[in-house]
Design a protein around this ligand. Structure first.
Ligand SMILES: *Cc1c(COP(=O)(O)O)cnc(C)c1O
Length: 462
């Protein structure tokens, strides 16, 4: 392993150097991939193993740099990265105490602290899921079994109805399909001008379904919608759920980490009233992918829906320490250690700073946009998604050109009838000047490539 460790160090340093010099890699067009890189697997060993790996590493998109704003993750937190590297070396599977030992405690400590921060009762517990989509899946299955405990055995009967906002994540309808509820049974509730679910609209849809003889069972609220980063108001939704006896899940995959911030946790006011809550630490907390957590008010739901007896597996220790009894997988990677090394090293107050920094960067971006008449702003305060257009240039065209010319990695989104660039200030390693630099690169690029955008710019001047 010594050779590989040395090689790892060498490659890591080469990567860091390259990231500093060229924060954005020149993309390889998909059609040329196999011609430009040697990815072939052959009968015999590759005599150029080292240089082949190096080429591969150096031509991979760089998500850790200051110019990556493309997705709801980014940056590289060194403490969390250390934890994840150690998890790879240890290679435990989290299903039993016998195999994972103290790593079970690492996971339980995180879950326990998150339940406490939310204000869930002592009965609460959670687990790590393979991602935010699967966290939502687990919430939906717990809600289903809570609604009717015979479904696990007999399969779904009748039309069971899911409610989620029109701005929520696509995993909700996908999961409805996976769990046999069916995409047609998902009601997309209208939102207000800020992208938040309208409680009155939810109430109306539920009443209509009851009238039609359908069975409402699950409401998904979003803490940080994918495009605008909007927070559904939990309290009024919770009242409606109580009245109709529906499970309320809060999908905080994107921005649920605001529970760590005294300044911003008011955005999920009433979270303790929910039945379940999920958060991706690989988004706002900046841990390496994947680090997805789902917690529920009462751990009996996790056991009811996910425990299977397996004598070959559960041979020692109590259920509380055999985490496989409440997870969706069997063998399961240790996703907890990277969050624990981060949390342990900076404390909860350090996690708060990580959250607050992202909102600070978003404010810098919004202020810049508001002060500059070449820009139009489409997003709102209290969000780390900053949505805008520049000089009337179609967002899709601008983002694609910036990518193809290896200038910036940034994506676009739509809300109602507008399409716009979506700058996500999720990399808390960035500083104010990095955000201003983003705009400078964008503006210089447009100026130097005016021909590409002349149509849009001419239109604007009319
Ligand atoms: C990212 C995201 C998800 C999906 O999480 P994955 O880990 O990518 O599966 C779900 N919901 C919301 C609101 C998200 O932003």
């Amino acid at each position: 392993m010594n050779y590989e460790l040395d090689l790892f160090n060498k490659l890591a340093h080469k990567l860091f150097e390259a990231e500093g010099e060229h924060p954005v890699t020149k993309p390889i067009p998909a059609g040329e991939l196999f011609r430009q890189l040697d990815l072939t697997l052959k009968e015999n060993p590759d005599p150029n193993f080292e240089s082949t790996i190096e080429n591969l590493i150096l031509s991979t998109p760089r998500t850790a740099t200051k110019l990556f704003f493309n997705q709801l993750f980014g940056g590289r937190n060194p403490k969390a990265t250390l934890g994840d590297l150690l998890a790879v070396l240890l290679n435990n599977s989290m299903y039993t105490y016998k195999v994972a030992g103290p790593q079970v405690g690492v996971e339980k400590e995180i879950l326990h602290n998150i339940c406490n921060l939310i204000g869930y009762p002592n009965t609460s517990d959670g687990t790590f899921a393979p991602g935010g989509s699967m966290s939502n899946f687990m919430a939906m299955v717990m809600a289903r079994d809570n609604f009717n405990e015979t479904i696990r055995l007999k399969g779904a009967q009748g039309k069971m109805i899911v409610y989620t906002s029109a701005e929520s994540h696509y995993s909700i309808p996908k999961n409805a399909s996976l769990m046999g509820v069916g995409r047609d049974q998902v009601r997309f509730v209208a939102t207000d001008a800020y992208g938040k679910m309208l409680p009155e609209a939810l109430q109306k849809l539920i009443e209509k379904d009851i009238e039609d003889g359908n069975h409402p069972f699950f409401v998904n609220a979003t803490a940080g919608t994918t495009v605008l980063g909007a927070f559904d108001s939990i309290e009024p939704l919770s009242e409606i759920c109580k009245k109709h006896n529906l499970w309320l899940h809060v999908d905080g995959a994107y921005c649920g980490s605001i529970i760590f911030s005294n300044k911003y946790k008011h955005l999920v006011h009433g979270l303790e009233l929910s039945n379940s809550f999920s958060v991706n630490a690989h988004k706002m907390m900046g841990t390496p992918l994947t680090c997805s957590i789902i917690v529920t008010r009462d751990k009996k739901h996790l056991n009811n829906s996910f425990s299977n007896d397996a004598a070959y597996l559960y041979q020692t220790d109590g259920d509380d320490y055999n985490l496989g009894k409440t997870s969706i997988q069997c063998g399961r990677r240790n996703d907890a250690l990277k969050f624990w090394t981060l949390w342990k090293s900076v404390g909860t107050s350090g996690l708060e700073k990580i959250v607050d920094q992202q909102f600070q960067l978003a404010e810098v971006a919004r202020n810049y946009i508001k002060d500059n008449s070449d820009y139009t702003l489409y997003s709102f305060d209290d969000s780390i998604s900053v949505c805008f257009n520049y000089k009337n240039i179609p967002a899709q065209q601008l983002c694609t050109a910036l990518y193809e010319h290896a200038e910036l990695m940034v994506g676009y989104g739509t809300f109602q009838e507008n399409e716009f660039v979506r700058l996500v200030t999720i990399n808390s390693g960035n500083k104010d000047e990095d955000i201003l630099n983003f705009f400078k690169i964008l503006e210089n690029f447009v100026e130097e490539n005016e021909a590409l955008f002349s149509e849009a710019i001419a239109e604007e001047k009319v």
